[in-house]
Design a protein around this ligand. Sequence first.
Ligand code: CXA
Ligand code: ZN
Length: 434
Amino acid sequence: MRRVAVIAVLAMLVLAVPFSAAAAPPPSPAPAAPSTSAYRVPGLDNPAARATVLRQGVEVLGGGRDYLEVQATPAQADHLRASGLRLLPLPAAAPVPAAVPGLVVPGEFPIGYQGYHTYRRLTAELDALAAAHPHQVAVSSYGRSAQGRPLLLVKISDEVRADKHEPEVLFSCAQHAREHLTVEMCLHIVRRLAQGYGIDPAITQLVRSRVVWVVPMANPDGAEYDISTGLFGLWRKNRQPNPGDAEIGTDLNRNWGDEWACCGGSSANPGNDTYHGSAPFSAPETAQLRDWVNSRVIHGVQQITAHIDFHSFSELVLWPYGFTASDTGPGLNNFDAAAFRKLGEQMAATNGYTPEQSSHLYINDGSIGDWMWAQHHIWSYTLEMYPTSLTQGGFYPPANVIERETARNDAAVDLLLSYADCVPRIIGARCAAR
Ligand code: CXA
Ligand code: ZN
């Protein structure tokens, strides 16, 4: 019934009938959990207090060293209060933008967000960049999404058509559908390297000595779904059906094959936002990105040495492992942990983010970073972008922050690129000659 009403409203809007914001359709095309509210939970400066929150099964939206922002049902909120925690009410996680009457266009970003790129606009801009810089930028795909969209891959190099023997660095964005600011981050990286090459000496030097790969929208079906009504849907997962279950989607950043579903850092319930999928790499989006990363092993040597997976929000620099609270783990010794920490701290010093091992935020299993390290010893970081709180827009900051908040990471990106020949150099260690 409601669906019919929504379609009727949208049909009217397509006919360009203005309407007041009060008559807007519900913000979420598919509310994940009925009657949940968002709260900030302060005072979580120790693992025990954080565990109390996470045990309730609330949805974590963001957080820092001593707080989490969560989406909770009334019953969960009561439990948390009963265990002595303070819950500060927050604005809705998916804002209904623009209190002024305006047009809502299905499949487009709302008013105030039109600087963001839909999949179609992203493709067009990348093609234009490749056409303007044919020797430095090449656009291809590493497969297709569950709904058949080409999964975009950008290569940037001084001789993009050659297979050069240089350290390779990967930047990936938007595994999570609603984290649209990260798409802008990846696009910013491509633009800056392409347009700065031959003009800015530091950029020219980086592009000459590295091969840069960019996956600007790892989850295009989810990103498009999130704006499909013209208002934000707070969608996180991909859009793959789950056989035998009405709930849609897998959390791509719980679907990677290292210690998959091992440790309570993901959900076995297809209706949950951190559903890990039916098996490791059950999502076509992760399986094909895995295959492509594996294909960069040449003569037994993985060419990619360093990686950033961009997320939002919380302003954090995170590193493996996520599946264990321990600083070390299989294939990750004290020495590796020290290098991860040192470079993470140095990146954080450039952008003002908070650096920490990812499991210290919360235990997460099946993430991309754990797999990149465990499988390939790629120095993989997760950057959680602006803002730090739902009160500043959460997943949906307005488009007027895009320029500032993407440029904010330029120095961190350059630092990772500059160490990509030998990350342990940062703690004074040496690397084997390539
Ligand atoms: C994250 C990612 C990778 C390792 C540790 C933590 C955070 C990320 C997530 O849960 O996948 N947070 S987010 N963007 O809010 O979903
Ligand atoms: Zn994310």
